[in-house]
Write a protein that binds this ligand. Structure first.
Ligand code: NAP
Length: 497
């Protein structure tokens, strides 16, 4: 079904628009989700012409596919002809008068029925100004839908997030606001519910009786690269834990929704986050570990403090590990260990669900030096770069005796299968166009996640850390391992073992 809409992209000359939004819109056009009844207004201060804008859009498509031929097609040129550029400063009320005139003209030309998607691909400090001008200058239509898409970082803490939310909710109702967390657009993250609730063998074991602990790892091998300016104000806790990790934890710990749709899922995710134990400052100190990378063992990679644009005494965390406790009835008391960091040994995003030991000694009489013996069953969900699952099971070892060794049942998506999966932005823009909020973060989720994270920040801000405290190329500081060994456990993912 084609969707009629006018997209107004604020920050139309920026990096996000170039790398993600224009290529995603083109893929929707290639696949027929957008047909003739759409138009895009790109707006920013730079004085671009429509012709220059078309060139930029075509280059963005070529860079995305690394395929220059894609831009030389009739289809790509027709697509680009739907793009219009309006130069102005968003702080200036006059801007919105011109914008409204252009929007109304395009609405009539492309028969868009008043449907509008406002994409704020700009720094959050502009969100309030833009939203209120959109309302005051009558850009919001009566006859069609009006949807606002906003990007992280959604505040620096609960207080600033609430101020930001108040500033947009004066003009847009919650059901019109689409908060992007691009992890929610990823195929394996969306599959968590299918895995948990669509399989008897998984759903009947997904509870405190059978699960010992859950581990979530978002490991990056790169350092801060060119993002030092932003990173110095954020750190891993704000950049990764408050949003992506808390969203993943909510999907892993939520109770079963009655229906898999936006409102039921949201209620269960909010409930799951509300049921994550809110630590005191002392508990946060005990249960969360921070780190900042130093040089690697061969001193070929710079420490964080030596990267361009960082403070030489920076207290910013490039690594976080912690233990969260769910108090949802099904998983009451089950620890969820989370970990994220830069310059770690290997790039991976994965979830390990560690099941309880079978607690049997019937094999005790069998001895063989080669046998490994009974291991915990572990279900691993690979999010990226690999996508798929591994299930570790104990089986008989192939020899004369009766010895136990683990095997791994393995499924991975092939490169061909992965190539067919829509990119997260493509999927999320399509969802917003359809008005489907299943894969967007509700304010109640965002606000609870900030409250959970604020107390950790408060604990850390009360004393200076002894940084750097982990080598580039390691798996983080020693304390992160002790978090689990103190509980008699280990991180399942350990590429250095
Ligand atoms: N880039 C990413 O991959 C990414 C990923 C996740 C989230 N985000 C978030 O998305 C937002 C945009 O990021 P970005 O990387 O695209 O930033 P960016 O490259 O710096 O782009 C900022 C845009 O804002 C425009 N702008 C700035 N001040 C303006 C003003 N007063 N009036 C009108 N336009 C103005 C700039 O254009 P002019 O200079 O021409 O005015 C530019 O188009 C940020 O909130 C960022 O945190 C980005």
């Amino acid at each position: 079904m084609d969707q009629r809409a006018l997209f107004i992209i604020f920050g139309g000359t920026g990096d996000l628009a170039y790398r993600k939004l224009y290529p995603s819109l083109f893929r929707l056009y290639e696949k027929g989700y957008l047909k003739e009844n759409f138009a895009v207004i790109g707006t920013a201060r730079r004085p671009w012409s429509d012709d220059h804008f078309h060139e930029v859009v075509l280059n963005a498509i070529a860079d995305d596919g690394r395929d220059v031929e894609r831009t030389n097609t009739e289809l790509a040129r027709k697509f680009a002809s739907h793009f219009y550029y309006q130069s102005h400063n968003v702080d200036d009320a006059e801007h919105y008068v011109n914008l409204k005139n252009l929007a109304d003209k395009l609405d009539a030309k492309y028969e868009l029925n008043g449907n509008r998607v406002y994409y704020l691909a700009m720094a959050p400090r502009f969100f309030g100004t833009i939203s209120s001008h959109l309302k005051d200058q009558n850009l919001l239509t009566e006859n069609g839908f009006n949807r606002l898409i906003i990007e992280k970082p959604f505040g620096r803490d609960y207080k600033t997030a609430k101020e930001l939310n108040d500033s947009v909710s004066g003009s847009f109702a919650e059901d019109q606001i689409f908060r992007i967390d691009h992890y929610l657009g990823k195929e394996p993250i969306q599959s968590i519910a299918a895995l948990r609730f669509g399989n008897q063998i998984i759903s009947s074991l997904w509870n405190k009786e059978h699960i010992d602990n859950i581990q979530v790892t978002l490991a990056e091998s790169l350092g801060v690269e060119e993002r030092a300016g932003y990173y110095e104000t954020a750190g891993a806790l704000r950049d990764m834990v408050q949003n992506h990790i808390m969203q993943i934890v909510s999907l892993l710990t939520m109770e079963k929704p009655d229906v898999y749709d936006a409102s039921h899922l949201r209620d269960k995710k909010v409930e799951a986050l509300n049921n994550i134990q809110l630590y005191s400052v002392d508990e946060a100190k005990k249960n969360f570990v921070r780190g900042q990378y130093g040089e690697d063992a061969n001193q070929t990679q710079a420490s964080y403090r030596d990267e361009e644009g960082t403070d030489e005494h920076s207290q910013i965390d490039t690594f976080v590990a912690g233990k969260l406790i769910s108090h949802n009835p099904t998983l009451e008391g089950v620890p969820v260990y989370v970990r994220t960091g830069k310059r770690l040994a290997k790039k991976t995003t994965q979830i390990n669900v560690v099941f309880k030991n079978v607690d049997t000694d019937i094999f005790h009489n069998v001895e063989d030096n080669d046998a490994i013996g009974l291991q915990d069953n572990v279900l691993t969900i690979y999010i990226e770069p690999e996508m798929g699952y591994t299930l570790k099971l104990n089986t008989k070892y192939g020899n004369q005796g009766y010895n136990i060794n683990p095997v791994h049942l393995r499924y991975r998506k092939t490169p061909e299968e992965k190539a067919k999966i829509p990119d997260a932005y493509e999927r999320l823009i399509h969802d917003a166009l359809r008005g489907d909020k299943t894969n967007f973060a509700h304010w109640h989720e965002v606000s609870r996640a900030w409250k959970l994270v604020d107390v950790i920040r408060e604990a850390w801000d009360s004393e200076d850390a002894n940084f750097p405290n982990y080598e580039s190329g390691s798996m983080g500081p020693k304390d992160a391992d002790e978090l689990l060994t103190n509980d008699g456990r280990n991180w399942v993912f350990n590429p250095l073992k």
